[in-house]
Structures are given as C-alpha cells and as structure tokens.
Ligand binder design. Structure first.
Ligand code: SF4
Length: 221
C-alpha cells in the first residue's frame, strides 16, 4: 500500500474512533460568538503548558470569573493572579506571562488577539504550539498544533523522522490533507493518552497497528 494511502487509512480509523474529539474541536472552532473566545483560548493554552488538562480547565474557569479580557488581566494584582492560577503549576512564571501577553495585546493589537502566526509569535511568551492552537481553535485556520503526542506518534508510525516538534509540524503539513488538519491535534492527543502512550504503548489493542512501523518503540503492552 502506498504511504499516502496508509496515512489516509490511519486518519480514517482514528477520526472514527474519536468522533467526540473531532466534533468538540469543530464546535469549539465554530462557537466563537463569544467575543473574548480567542483571548480565552490563548490564556487557557498558556495556562496548560506543563499542566494537566483537568487543572487547566478548572483554573481557566476560576480566572475568567474574575478577569476575562486583556485589560482585566493586565490590571489584576500579580499576587492575586498567582493565587488564582496556583494549581496550574509554574504559577510565578505563568502569571507574569499572562500579564505581559495581555499588555502587549492592548498596546500593539488594540486588545485583540492577532490572527497571524507571525504576529502571535512576536509576543514574548507565545510559542509555535500556542500560536497554532489559537489559529486552529479560535480562528478555524487549518494548522496543526504539534504537542508531545502529535510529535511522538507520527514518528512511531514512520510518517516523519524528526527530533523537534517544529520540524514535525513542517513535515505533517506536507502529508496531512488540508481537510484533516483541523481535528488532527485533538484526535492524536486523545490517542496518545489512551493507546499510543509515551511509555509502553498499547500496541496489542491499537486499531492502527498494522499500519505502524513502531519506530523507537522498545517496549509495548
Ligand atoms: S502500534 Fe503501537 S506504536 Fe504504533 S501507533 Fe499503535 S500504539 Fe503506537
């Protein structure tokens, strides 16, 4: 089977296996009547760095009860902000980043989240993964945010041979069809948590095992 057909097959199987994630992603993208949605997505993403999802969701909710605009976060006292986001971890650094990003949005972008990757990356504290998450989930642009799961799994499958997520993103952009890019992150994150786990993946119950080269997999279950 041609490599591109294998990729299509794997995507079909996984997107079918995780339909709610596919739907959630699309709904999140479409549900942008909330004028502050892009800002909330940006802030949640910054809070999620090196944190567990459940925590991020809880902390984001608490924060948005008190402050949900760049102005409100820029004005909130640092100590108070640190206290609210404490359980997301690295709260010292994150509080400063949230304030800096909010002030930059006010100063340079009239309080709005910019819609291009270049502009997003020009703000200190926003990296490529965060920028792509904002572009995908806030503005419905078909980009692939590459986190640890989206980097590890395509390497194991043998689709890419990359050391860094930034390179993986470039390679994935060449091989993933445009109409599959939007959901890619949500589906692969869930697959990476459930089956293709970082240590000892569940190859014995993997629905795409027959298409996988298992590159670098030393031990599996
Ligand atoms: S076969 Fe194993 S390594 Fe390959 S995708 Fe499935 S779980 Fe991951």
């Amino acid at each position: 089977m041609k490599e591109s057909n294998k990729i299509k097959k794997v995507l079909k199987i996984l997107y079918k296996k995780y339909p709610s994630h596919t739907k959630t992603t699309l709904n999140r993208m479409r549900n942008i009547e909330d004028k502050q949605a892009p800002f909330k997505i940006l802030i949640s993403c910054l809070l999620s760095l090196r944190a567990r999802d459940e925590n991020t969701e809880k902390v984001s909710k608490e924060l948005f009860k008190v402050a949900k605009t760049p102005k409100a976060i820029a004005n909130i006292p640092l100590k108070k902000l640190e206290k609210i986001i404490y359980s997301s971890g690295h709260y010292h650094k994150k509080a400063r980043t949230l304030k800096h990003v909010s002030k930059e949005l006010i100063k340079r972008f009239k309080g709005k989240v910019p819609k291009t990757k270049e502009e997003l990356l020009s703000i200190k504290g926003i990296g490529p993964k965060t920028a792509n998450i904002v572009l995908a989930f806030a503005f419905g642009q078909c980009v692939i945010p590459v986190d640890t799961h989206c980097h590890r799994i395509p390497n194991r499958l043998g689709w890419v041979k990359t050391k860094k997520p930034e390179k993986t993103e470039l390679e994935l952009n060449k091989i993933i069809p445009d109409n599959k890019k939007c959901e890619f992150n949500a589906v692969f994150v869930q697959f990476g948590r459930d089956i293709c786990t970082p240590i000892s993946p569940w190859c014995s119950k993997c629905p795409v095992a027959k298409y996988c080269q298992r590159v670098g997999v030393q031990r599996s279950r």
